[in-house]
Design a binder for this molecule. Structure first.
Ligand SMILES: *Cc1c(COP(=O)(O)O)cnc(C)c1O
Length: 399
């Protein structure tokens, strides 16, 4: 049996260094808790960047996955399978849209939304071919493909991957006037995160999503909401757009759609948009496979019951009550929506990374983003006591 040091050495030696993980090697997970190779337990307050909204190994998801593993796992879309139709119907209903296009990872779903928006622009809006523009937001995070990093303003994520894909305009997040000024006849879509997760759980001003909706309506552009991280219960609603009663033209979903068991992503839209996709014009070997569809279907059924959303709201209040008093005591700002918090660490004190290392020693797993912000996103199954434990630990490490 390898210990922590040996695992770190092995991974560092043989796996590329595209992450800078905290020095903990996990081997088991159950609910909101994970265990490392030394037998130490931690409350998982990153939850796979919200891929684990339902916690580790949720019994319902495991049962469904196990059953499907024994029956059929992959057919390719060259044939149909008996899981995809029911999953697609359920996910369409959950999103309030007419149909879905299943993929695997979040980035692939974003790519799919970009391709669909452009094709829709040429075929339906009548934009001259190869001139479509898509408006995106400063501080966005939509994934890691070459096209997606082309419109990222995170230097580390983008530099030295050019030449970049053209066709994107960047505006200030949360600024409706800037958006209104940026759209024109070539604009096929406005792509945004209703809350910027990697950006540090940045919540736009009240009314912004409604403004984005009107700008899109006036410009005849699609509103594309990337809810890969904000969606599926995290903010106390099924979708973060619901906080402003906004229905985007395209939902982009991923992360928790796979229940933390498997990569499952999709976009959801109406016929008027998704019918531009014809056989051969887009695809994926694994997208819509029966194992993914079975797991995704179970996830949708769990969300339809509403329990996870209300837990996020209830535990979120507890988290907010515990964290807000820390502003001025080591934190400059606390942003919370549902069970999702971004804590801006005050300059001059320990860095976000150092605080996460101290939290690790206290049995809490969390991750900084952009150095000075700590993002907390525990699984939605955390108990009140666990939330209090988290608050106490954060209070301690800031003291
Ligand atoms: C994580 C994330 C993605 C990319 O998902 P992957 O599965 O890592 O490709 C896209 N958009 C948002 C908002 C995300 O948080």
């Amino acid at each position: 049996m390898l210990d922590t040091r040996a695992h770190i050495a092995l991974t560092e030696h043989y796996a590329a260094h595209n992450y800078h993980p905290l020095p903990v090697v996990l081997s088991h997970g159950e609910g909101a808790w994970v265990t490392d190779v030394e037998g130490r337990r931690y409350l998982d307050c990153l939850a796979g960047y919200s891929a684990l909204n339902f916690g580790h190994g949720h019994p319902r998801l495991l049962a469904r996955a196990h059953a499907q593993l024994d029956r059929l796992t992959l057919t390719s879309r060259a044939f149909l399978n008996d899981q995809l139709g029911p999953f697609a119907e359920a996910l369409a209903r959950l999103t309030g849209h007419e149909m879905v296009l299943p993929m695997n990872t979040g980035a692939e779903a974003v790519e799919t939304a970009i391709k669909v928006s452009r094709k829709w622009g040429y075929r339906v809006k009548g934009v001259p071919e190869d001139t479509a523009s898509i408006v995106v937001m400063e501080g966005n995070f939509h994934g890691r493909t070459t096209t997606i990093v082309s419109f990222s303003d995170d230097k580390v994520a983008r530099d030295e991957y050019g030449p970049y894909t053209p066709g994107f305009r960047t505006v200030r997040y949360g600024d409706a006037d800037a958006l209104r000024a940026a759209v024109d006849d070539t604009t096929v879509a406005v792509l945004l995160e209703p809350i910027q997760g990697e950006g540090g759980v940045l919540i736009p001003p009240d009314g912004y999503l409604r403004d984005v909706r009107s700008v899109c309506d006036e410009a005849g552009a699609l509103m594309v909401a990337d809810e890969v991280q904000s969606g599926l219960g995290r903010t106390g609603r099924t979708f973060a757009c619901e906080h402003e009663d906004v229905q985007p033209d395209v939902y982009v979903l991923g992360k928790a759609l796979g229940g933390g068991l498997y990569p499952v992503s999709a976009i959801a839209a109406d016929h008027a948009v998704l019918d531009v996709i014809t056989p051969g014009s887009h695809g994926s070997t694994f997208g819509g496979n029966p194992l993914a569809a079975a797991i995704g279907h179970e996830v949708v059924q769990m969300l339809e019951e509403g329990e996870f959303q209300s837990r996020a709201t209830r535990s979120g209040v507890l988290l907010a009550d515990g964290l807000r008093p820390l502003v001025g005591h080591g934190l400059d700002a606390v942003r919370i929506r549902g069970l999702w918090a971004g804590l801006d660490v005050s300059p001059g004190g320990p860095s976000g990374r150092e605080l996460c290392e101290r939290l690790l020693e206290r049995g809490i797993l969390a991750k900084d983003t952009h150095g000075s912000t700590i993002r907390l996103a525990p699984p939605l199954v955390v108990t009140d006591d666990e939330v209090r434990m988290l608050v106490d630990a954060v209070t301690d490490v800031l003291a």
